[in-house]
Design a protein around this ligand. Structure first.
Ligand code: ZN
Length: 337
């Protein structure tokens, strides 16, 4: 464990305290008082970072179970406050990971807020064939109203993400497809709007369309809503394909922002090999056809070929692998620049 004596707590007489760390026990007093369950609830929000670092695929509930089993064993540290919680989380990751520990999440590395749009471009100026359907500017989204920070129905990306998307677009156009963009750069104020909406359990206006089988209070629990989004770093895009021969969206066997396993790239097959298996773990009995699965793969393969990485939860979501601002969360609104 990466814990050293220099963070030991201190007793009233100034001596080191072997039971508690300096963040929770100072000069003979506890600095604050968290229950174990509060710690578990707090740390559960970092399940994505835990999964990334340990290369696991735990659900939030499974991660909570890991935390519940782990905390009582941290006798020496008897965690009591926020910093200790973070320490404990890092210890868990460190202990579970066979690779050198790399801090990857917002809680453990410095992140920057910026309103500097100078390295951003309007997607359609770089990718003129792209079709825009900016759902968070419209009212047809999971909230049912225009989302804060979307001042115009446009889409922005960092220049290098847009340049890569142009290559994807050109390749797919030769196959008869155009890119249809649902969302790209997303300002932090939009994410804050999602959080506010998520906290209002009575607001279920769009449940029928986006989360019919979920109870709204499980949206945070299941990780569908988080306090930060990779979209705010400016190199992530949500998109689908438009079939020029039919004049319609390609049938992906599911819709953008559907909250459920039906949206996972491994729904019905192996996205790494592209093999269709038909195995569907839909709680409401949905399935996907071989053709629909392959349609998702056409988009995925093109995006991965040109520098984007996929996301395990959503077939439509891709991030530039070498994103230029991995630690910066931008705040300027979405409008033409
Ligand atoms: Zn997305």
């Amino acid at each position: 464990m990466p814990l050293t004596d220099d963070i030991l707590g201190t007793n009233a007489d100034g001596t080191k305290n072997e039971d508690y760390c300096i963040y929770c026990f100072k000069d003979g007093n506890f600095t604050s008082n968290f229950t174990m369950d509060e710690m578990v609830q707090f740390c559960a929000q970092f399940v994505d970072e835990y999964n990334k670092t340990t290369k696991q695929h735990l659900s939030r509930e499974e991660y909570k179970e890991v935390l519940r089993q782990y905390y009582p064993n941290l006798k020496r540290w008897k965690i009591r406050n926020l910093l200790c919680i973070l320490w404990a989380m890092l210890c868990i990751i460190f202990a579970s990971c066979s690779q050198p520990f790399e801090p990857v999440n917002a809680a453990t590395k410095n992140t920057i807020a910026s309103d500097d749009a100078s390295d951003f471009v309007v997607i359609t100026e770089v990718v003129p064939d792209a079709i825009l359907e900016i759902r968070y500017y419209s009212t047809f989204n999971f909230i049912g109203t225009r989302v804060d920070g979307y001042l115009e129905p446009t889409a922005l990306l960092t220049r290098c993400a847009a340049d890569s998307l142009r290559v994807v677009s050109d390749e797919l156009k030769a196959q008869g497809y155009r890119l249809k963009i649902y969302d790209a750069y997303r300002p932090q104020m939009a994410v804050d709007h999602f959080l506010r909406w998520g906290s209002d359990l009575n607001d279920t206006l769009m449940r029928t369309y986006f989360y019919p089988e979920l109870v709204k209070d499980s949206l945070f629990e299941k990780g569908y809503i988080a306090r930060r989004s990779g979209h705010s770093r400016g190199s992530t895009v949500d998109l689908t394909l438009f079939d020029m021969s039919t004049g319609k969206e390609l049938d992906m066997g599911g819709t953008f922002d559907w909250f459920g396993p039906e949206s996972h790239p491994d729904f019905g097959g192996n996205p790494v090999t592209g093999e269709f298996t038909g195995k569907c773990n839909s709680p409401i009995g949905r399935t996907i056809s071989a053709e629909q699965f392959e349609n998702r793969m056409i988009l995925r393969r093109a995006m991965l070929r040109h520098g984007f990485k996929p996301y395990d939860e959503e077939w439509w979501h891709f991030t530039l692998t070498n994103e230029p601002y991995p630690d910066t969360y931008f705040t300027f609104p979405v409008k033409k620049i």
